[in-house]
Design a protein around this ligand. Structure first.
Ligand code: THU
Length: 140
């Protein structure tokens, strides 16, 4: 089932994600991404991208927020908002979609914002249909 998220909540999460974006460590791409993940407990977890000179080691903003939350004991989430330096709507990369699917329902709203404060609401299921799940690991 898809959850709803109100406009006022989106604006609140957008403000926090934009603050997070300014904490990015991006000496290589100079492209800042900020994420705000709302847990079922009501807490907000913020993340930014953290790059590495071995580029593949880079951690995206979404996974920074997710891993902070999971470390804190959170296991259920209500919504994610992503924003970046781009005028285009920022969508999570494939690795982040898979990482999120471990903890988030397909109906969870993923709000993809741009640097101008505009946004588009999708769900995790829109972004990662037919996700590999624990059900798929059953051998009997
Ligand atoms: N990036 C994110 O933080 N999230 C995404 O979903 C897409 C990409 C970061 C990784 C890298 O630091 C920069 O954006 C350029 O790819």
């Amino acid at each position: 089932m898809n959850s709803t998220i109100h406009d006022i909540e989106i604006k609140n999460m957008l403000r926090m994600a934009n603050e997070a974006r300014h904490r990015a460590y991006v000496p290589y791409s100079h492209f800042r991404v900020g994420a705000c993940l709302k847990s079922a407990s009501g807490a907000y977890y913020l993340g930014a991208n953290i790059e590495n000179m071995s580029y593949g080691v880079t951690n995206c903003a979404e996974r920074t927020a997710l891993f902070k939350a999971v470390y804190d004991g959170e296991r259920n989430f209500e919504a994610l908002l992503i924003v970046s330096d781009s005028p285009n709507y920022t969508v999570p990369c494939g690795v982040c979609r898979q990482a999120l699917s471990e903890f988030c329902n397909p109906g969870m709203p993923v709000i993809c914002a741009n640097r101008n404060g505009e946004y588009r609401a999708l769900t995790l299921g829109d972004l990662l249909p037919n996700a590999f799940s624990p059900e798929d690991m059953k051998t009997e």
